[in-house]
Design a protein around this ligand. Structure first.
Ligand code: MIC
Ligand code: SF4
Length: 758
């Protein structure tokens, strides 16, 4: 049964007229992305087309999804909005807080008892405000959304960067911070800069060892972790039509790794099949009725160069499997070149662990194809030469693959099945021996491979590949193996080759599930009590951030000049810190502890200018705060890459950092900083990064005239008495400047609510 069918019906009934109008405004054939965006405008259609990469646009998304680690902050903010119910269908998914250690059953029950306070909080807030609640064990947010809520032509936001996964079902689905989710749940418009459009034309058909994952691994290699910033990636062509819906989901999922706003595919037969298989026949029938509106116009796909800002073409017939990594998802190596690359770069070639599953790659098709390789282990007299683990994406997938004997096959080769949760993907992996920090290699089918991501060990070299390739590599146990050409020695000493993987797009006997793990909210939640203990170390009600004082920011100290990659994992680490996601003060103790200090190449070791001593970043910042001294953080390119976690913006705000000045920002993080009342600035001249010295005191001036498109001036006062003046840019529009002035976007909502009560 489909959820929220009335909402979809309503949207579809107005879709054709809205597209017609959009076509008039834009004055030419439309891409799918434009159709969905123009069909979700908050107000009336504009007179002229929005300018891509420039115009700020207010949208009305159809739904909101939140996962437990970000939902806590999103809902703590929502509770201050004054609403009694969410304005659009919304869901909470408990997936990030389950540590993978023993096996799914043991790990799940440990998580439920350890995090009961948080789960009870999320369940009661959901119940009270009309939010669907998916219990721990139900599965990973993006898989559950794909199975139950995503629909062609829809628009959703989610408090997780991989919300984009739903593009596999033809949605525009975008990852945001909790404050954005809070706006939409409170019935306000959601603002986004009109994205640029990148078209990816897929020709040919995937075959042999190549999987959908290889498409995005290849695209990541082409575009790099920054290349999608500010853009939506739209895939089309016969290669797209030839691919499963869940495969499309994988491709869209990892669009987050190239910084894309989102990725999407036009509605086609594969989506219709998937909707039907997941008990949503009605949605498929309705989508069929308006199918020409749920994909790009034919003229666009015939001459993409005329309609997209950039076009990439990939021939699936020729695409090779890839392994991307280590330490960054855009370092793409075709499998045939891996041996060479590993030797040239001194990567440890022995594979210790292969991990499949996660929100990116845990479809029935993925697992069935991996199983076809696992089966060959006993058939061909082979053995696993690495540890092997599986994290199913949802209880529905887990139940079905158990029924169909796949889990038994994995069990027979000695694999471990973890809970339906994020687990090792987000550092919730109690990997034995990781604390020894030994240099080692793992291969996985997840999406991220930043340093320390999976097991906290900075010396774990993680390579990302398709579940098929990961399985084959775990069987071989070495990066030097190319399953397409190489043989393995079996127990009889013979040389055997693995057959290329094969599988099923969808379960022949259909999906099945016992308890899917869904809890519907109360019809009337007004009597539901939400409890937050004042002595809790996991949950803390929020105090509003103070307003801007009204003047220039003078006498700021340089807290850290971060060098090189500084992702949200560097700014607010996950793993063991996830447990404090609902407690701003406690989680602030991880602020920037992963960032490398430019001046000494160390992490978590910065100079306190007040004492001259070096110490951890959070402790140093707390000392500045106690002394009433503001600070500034300086950073490199694509600062805040990765996650949507707004803790990476709230922690500095809470501890008294006033501005973050970088060479460039990742989209979600920049917005998160703005929402929380911070100054998010970029260098006008990137060489000015070099002007910052360790002992600098900085004034930010001209704030009284803070206005859109107007540069801001910084004065750097060096210790030797000299000065540098630099100009910096920002992307604040009028409304966003109001957020800064009010101290945070939420302060404005709260103010409005207070006014409405009087
Ligand atoms: C991730 O993959 O990094 C996460 C954990 O899912 C994050 C969200 C979070 O930090 O809670 C994301 O991608 O947004
Ligand atoms: Fe969870 Fe990993 Fe997916 Fe993020 S990327 S939602 S941590 S499985």
């Amino acid at each position: 049964m489909a959820f929220d069918i009335e909402m979809i019906k309503k949207l579809y009934s107005s879709f054709p007229a809205k597209i017609q109008q959009a076509r008039k405004v834009v004055g030419k054939p439309l891409t799918l992305t434009e159709k969905i965006l123009y069909a979700h405008l908050w107000g009336d259609a504009p007179k002229k087309p929005f300018e891509r990469g420039n115009s700020y646009v207010d949208f009305a998304p159809d739904r909101v999804a939140m996962q437990d680690a970000t939902a806590q902050m999103a809902l703590l903010q929502f509770m201050q909005s004054g609403r009694t119910k969410v304005a659009v269908p919304s869901t909470v998914h408990c997936d990030h807080l389950i540590e993978a250690k023993v096996n799914s059953k043991t790990d799940l029950s440990r998580a439920v008892s350890e995090s009961s306070e948080v789960y009870d909080f999320l369940a009661s807030v959901s119940d009270k405000y009309g939010i669907g609640f998916w219990k721990p064990g139900a599965g990973i947010i993006h898989q559950v959304v794909l199975e139950n809520y995503a629909f062609p032509g829809g628009m959703m936001i989610g408090t997780d960067s991989h919300t984009v996964n739903a593009g596999g079902l033809g949605m525009i689905a975008i990852g945001v911070g909790g404050a954005d989710a809070c706006d939409v749940m409170a019935g306000l418009p959601w603002e986004l800069k009109m994205p640029k459009l990148i078209g990816v034309k897929l020709t040919g058909k995937l075959n042999g060892w190549t999987a959908p994952k290889d498409v995005i691994l290849k695209v990541a290699g082409i575009l790099t972790v920054k290349g999608g910033t500010g853009a939506v990636v739209e895939y089309f062509g016969e290669g797209a039509l030839n691919m499963s819906c869940t495969g499309k989901g994988t491709i869209c999922n990892m669009g987050a790794e190239i910084g894309a706003t989102t990725s999407t595919f036009g509605y086609d037969e594969s989506m219709s099949r998937y909707l039907k298989a997941t008990d949503r026949l009605q949605v498929a029938v309705m989508a069929d009725e308006i199918r020409q509106h749920l994909t790009g116009d034919p003229e666009v796909y015939q001459n993409p160069e005329l309609y997209f800002d950039q076009v990439i073409e990939i021939n699936l017939d020729e695409l090779e499997p890839h392994l991307n990594g280590p330490f960054t998802p855009d370092l793409a190596t075709p499998i045939s070149k891996m041996k060479e690359a590993a030797a040239a770069n001194n990567w440890p070639t022995k594979i210790e662990v292969g991990l499949i599953g996660s929100c990116t790659n845990s479809s029935y098709e993925d697992i069935s194809r991996a199983v076809s390789l696992a089966k060959q282990v006993s058939e061909k007299g082979l053995k696993l030469n690495a540890e092997f683990t599986i994290t199913p994406g949802s209880e529905q997938v887990r139940y079905t693959i158990e029924r169909d004997g796949f889990l038994k096959t994995f069990d027979e080769i000695g694999a471990t099945v973890f809970a339906n949760a994020c687990g090792p993907c987000i550092g919730m992996w109690a990997r034995v021996g990781a604390e020894k920090a030994e240099k080692n290699t793992i291969v996985h089918s997840f999406n991220r491979n930043f340093a320390k991501r999976a097991d906290g060990n900075p010396n774990t070299f993680a390579f990302v590949g398709s579940p098929e390739i990961v399985t084959a590599m775990a069987i071989a146990g070495t990066l030097n193996f190319n399953p397409l050409t190489d043989t393995l020695t079996n127990d009889k000493g013979q040389q055997v080759k693995l057959d290329a993987p094969s599988g099923f797009e969808l379960p022949v006997k259909g999906f099945a599930v016992g308890d899917a793990g869904f809890q519907a909210p109360a019809e009337d939640g007004s009597n539901v009590q939400v409890k937050v203990s004042p002595t809790s170390n996991r949950l803390q009600l929020l105090d509003p951030f103070p307003e801007w004082e009204g003047g220039d920011l003078k006498g700021l100290k340089l807290l850290i000049k971060a060098k090189g990659k500084c992702t949200t994992d560097h700014i607010s680490m996950a793993g063991p810190w996830l447990k404090f996601r609902g407690h701003l003060d406690n989680i602030s103790n991880n602020m920037l502890i992963g960032a490398v200090n430019f001046f000494n190449d160390k992490t978590d070791f910065v100079k306190n200018q007040l004492t001259g001593e070096y110490g951890p970043v959070p402790k140093t910042q707390r000392a500045y705060k106690a002394a009433g001294v503001g600070t500034i953080v300086v950073g490199d390119e694509n600062y805040g890459e990765g996650s949507s976690r707004e803790h990476a913006a709230m922690e500095p705000r809470h501890l008294g950092v006033r501005a973050v000045l970088v060479k460039s920002f990742a989209r979600i993080h920049e917005t998160n900083l703005k929402k929380q009342g911070m100054l998010a600035l970029t260098f006008n001249d990137k060489n000015d990064y070099d002007k910052f010295r360790e002992d600098d005191t900085i004034d930010i001036i001209r704030l009284k005239t803070f206005a859109p498109n107007k540069k801001i001036k910084l004065v750097l006062k060096h210790k030797d008495g000299t000065k540098d003046e630099i100009m910096v840019n920002h992307t604040y529009n009028k409304q966003q400047i109001e957020w800064f002035k009010a101290g945070a976007a939420l302060n404005i909502i709260r103010r409005e609510f207070e006014k409405s009560k009087v």
